[in-house]
Ligand binder design. Structure first.
Ligand code: NAG
Ligand code: NAG
Ligand code: NAG
Ligand code: NAG
Ligand code: NAG
Ligand code: NAG
Ligand code: NAG
Length: 683
């Protein structure tokens, strides 16, 4: 035993100083041929000895790590040692004001970060492992894009992250001059920026300090107390990660020093390599290139007049305001090629507003969905396009992400993430090629609910979807439900006759008050979501003529069965009775609540999400469907307004064939589902 203790003592005493001596290094530039640093992704060391993590190409990621692991923790006491690092970085965006995405000083268990993604994930994490304590990831992010998904404060911030990209603390990029005056700093300004990250093992403070010169300001930008011991493992790799998304920047590291248990060696900006070509050169070459192109174009036009006439007809006129729009603007030719000239063989379907094509981009081979919308009014398209920048910033894992767009005259092309499993309606109605089990259905419902909650409450402004329905719910590779077409319905407002509002929406999903006022609300989205809930549980369309006349409207049918105490009769037969009865019951009740005629009786999306997640119970008095004969109190009362407005009159629904709502429409039917058909909308 004594020998063991002596050995242990010997081991701890001698091994740590030995390793800590190694754990200090300095790179004054990376040009020295003996420089040893592990690169992966697209990271490289350029001819000037600068470490380039990414270039200005979309969706790249690059990593650079010190080649050997570093001991960060005393394994006996489980405390993280103090460390400090200093580095100089520089970010050159493709477009001067638009960065993409950012870089991060990283401490990670591996040098490869193998399943990490580019774009908002900064090459650190992927869409499913955020927040998992098994990541053992610590990062200081220098982020030039505002991602609402991660609660980013702006598009020019510094944040401290632990295991997730939701920063524990962040601040707009700035540095303090000697007199402690705070100066704003533009991360993507192209100038070299010096940064220090320090951790004090006694106080557990992480400090992040920025500067535009070699001297370190006294005041850190971020000073945050956090215990790193649960986050870091004993041996970790230290380095950098960067990524680009739709928009791209070159991310450079010019120099780097690091030290365990002590202050890292200071760097001198003047002795580091500098970045040659600025973006100005690039622009000059672009202008030269354009001039040549114009010249050639004119030449060709003289020679081939007929060809030119055609060419001009098709020319893509880019107006100056379009360049301000944030999501990527694709070239028409690029999309035409990707969809093989909008060939029928690439047609994925007819979306709410136009045809949807599969597009394939080469290098790296990626698939997208391209929606082609024709609008009679150029004005409408123009106003809509100016909204694309706000729609393009909506980010949520249950929304189909808008990747970019292109406009040509009255033609609008929208580029979305490709959803390999198509739309939900294909799995529910008619003869689905594959029957979803209840678990899958419930997951889809919950996903759509959380996407819709994000639109209603998670963004800087309320976004009303206006066209929630099964065919607008798309399924990704893992069968998660994602809402598509958000914001698109607005297109129909722009450029329509002033004074009239067209009813946009789909037969069977329109809330009754919407047809009176013509004004969409979050509550009308909830109504449509209720219809979706019933569809998913019952596996039939909201309006179907195949069945008897009293069963045409799905909500009426479910209600009738509910009253008869035979609620499980309505459940999709194809599930062969294999489902969680409590969940199905909850979904059906929730579907009925949302379909209430009474706007105020409908729950909010926030309540719906909490019911679905089992965080709260549906309103009290819920009883087994068998008890339904008794109409006193509870859920029945809750639905009273819904029921008493005469569910019996179901066949008297109204269909307006014209799209414009007649506001003077007299004594509107009180049938629970008053059906209107928006022009060109019903399929
Ligand atoms: C950027 O890097 C990618 C991947 O290494 C490469 O294919 C591409 O040519 C580079 N682009 C430029 C402009 O250097
Ligand atoms: C770089 O460092 C790693 C890890 O310490 C080592 O395995 C490798 O041999 C080194 N490479 C060179 C070229 O020195
Ligand atoms: C590591 O922890 C042990 C036990 O708490 C302590 O005796 C030793 O001094 C620590 N070593 C260092 C380098 O802090
Ligand atoms: C995300 O990363 C984890 C490892 O951290 C990996 O197990 C998982 O498969 C990845 N998920 C995706 C969707 O790539
Ligand atoms: C965390 O990640 C591990 C390994 O990748 C995985 O087994 C575990 O399920 C994840 N936990 C959560 C809550 O996602
Ligand atoms: C971090 O900043 C705080 C506040 O300015 C300071 O008191 C502390 O000494 C700093 N810690 C380190 C390790 O620099
Ligand atoms: C950082 O934030 C996450 C949530 O985003 C939280 O779980 C974690 O406890 C925080 N860590 C520290 C050290 O404050």
């Amino acid at each position: 035993m004594a020998i063991f203790l002596v050995l242990l003592f010997f081991f701890t005493f001698f091994s740590i100083p030995a390793s800590s001596q190694l754990d200090a290094f300095t790179y004054n530039g990376f040009g020295d041929p003996k420089t040893n640093i592990s690169l992966n992704g697209v990271a490289l060391i350029d001819n000037n000895g600068i470490l380039q993590l990414t270039n200005e190409t979309s969706r790249l990621l690059g990593h650079a790590f010190y080649p050997s692991p570093i001991q960060f923790k005393n394994s006996t006491s489980n405390t993280v040692f103090s460390f400090s690092t200093c580095f100089v970085f520089s970010i050159h965006p493709e477009y001067p004001k638009l960065g993409g995405h950012g870089l991060a000083f990283t401490i990670a268990p591996s040098k490869e970060l193998q399943s990490a993604l580019p774009s908002q994930y900064l090459g650190l994490l992927n869409s499913s492992n955020g927040g998992n304590s098994s990541n053992h990831l610590f990062a200081v992010e220098f982020d030039t894009v505002q991602d609402f998904e991660f609660g980013d404060i702006n598009d020019n911030h510094v944040g401290i992250d632990a295991n997730t990209l939701k920063s524990n603390v962040s601040a707009a990029a700035a540095y303090f001059s000697d007199d402690s005056v705070k100066n704003d700093l533009n991360l993507k300004g192209g100038k070299p920026i010096m940064a220090w990250v320090e951790y004090d093992s006694v106080t557990n403070f992480v400090n992040v300090t920025l500067s535009m010169s070699s001297s370190k300001p006294k005041t850190p930008l971020l000073s945050y107390q956090m215990d790193l011991s649960p986050i870091l493992l004993e041996n970790m790799y230290v380095g950098f990660s960067a990524s680009t998304g739709l928009l791209a920047s070159s991310h450079y590291i010019l120099g780097w020093s690091f030290k365990m248990m002590g202050e890292s060696q200071s760097l001198d900006l003047d002795s580091l390599p500098s970045i040659p070509g600025t973006s100005n050169n690039k622009h000059t070459s672009l202008i030269v290139g354009l001039s040549v192109a114009v010249f050639v174009f004119i030449l060709i036009s003289i020679l081939f007049t007929i060809f030119v006439v055609r060419k001009i007809k098709n020319a893509e006129v880019i107006e100056s305001w379009e360049l301000e729009i944030v999501p990527h603007r694709y070239k028409y030719q690029e999309l035409k090629q990707a969809t093989r000239g909008f060939k029928d063989s690439e047609l994925l379907g007819f979306g709410g507003f136009g045809r949807v094509y599969r597009g394939t981009f080469p290098n790296p081979k990626t698939q997208v969905a391209v929606k082609r919308i024709s609008h009679d009014s150029k004005q409408g398209v123009r106003e809509f396009v100016s909204e694309i920048s706000s729609i393009g910033r909506l980010r949520h894992r249950n929304l189909v992400q808008l990747q970019g767009w292109c406009r040509r005259g009255g033609d609008l092309l929208l580029v979305y993430d490709f959803m390999p499993n198509g739309s939900l309606d294909k799995f529910l109605f008619d003869e689905p090629k594959c029957v979803l089990n209840w678990e899958q259905r419930f997951k889809i419902i919950k996903g759509v609910a959380s996407g819709l909650l994000y639109l209603h409450e998670g963004y800087e402004q309320v976004v009303i979807h206006r066209d929630v329905k099964a065919s607008n719910v798309l399924l990704d590779g893992e069968m998660n439900g994602r809402l598509g077409d958000f914001g698109l319905a607005k297109l129909y407002d722009h450029g329509s006759n002033p004074g009239t509002t067209r009813v946009v929406g789909t037969l069977g999903y329109l809330a009754p008050e919407f047809s009176r006022t013509g004004r969409p609300t979050t509550s009308s989205d909830v109504f449509a979501f209720g219809t979706l809930l019933l569809e998913v549980a019952c596996g039939r369309r909201p309006v179907e003529y195949k069945t008897g006349p009293e069963d045409v409207v799905l909500a009426d049918y479910v209600w009738t069965k509910w009253k008869e105490g035979r609620i499980f009769d309505v459940v999709d037969q194809r599930m062969k009775g294999e489902f969680d009865h409590n969940e199905v019951l909850m979904v059906l009740k929730l579907g009925l609540m949302c379909s209430s005629n009474e706007q105020l009786a409908r729950p909010s999306m926030r309540q719906i999400v909490s019911y679905l997640e089992g965080e709260s119970e549906l309103p009290e008095g819920l009883r087994a469907p068998g008890d339904c004969g008794d109409h006193k109190g509870g859920f029945e009362d809750y639905l009273h307004s819904f029921a008493s407005s005469s569910f019996e009159k179901t066949s008297s629904y109204t269909v307006l064939e014209s799209g414009d709502v007649d506001r003077s429409f007299p004594s509107f039917s009180t049938s629970p589902l008053t059906l209107l058909r928006g022009v060109g909308e019903a399929r």
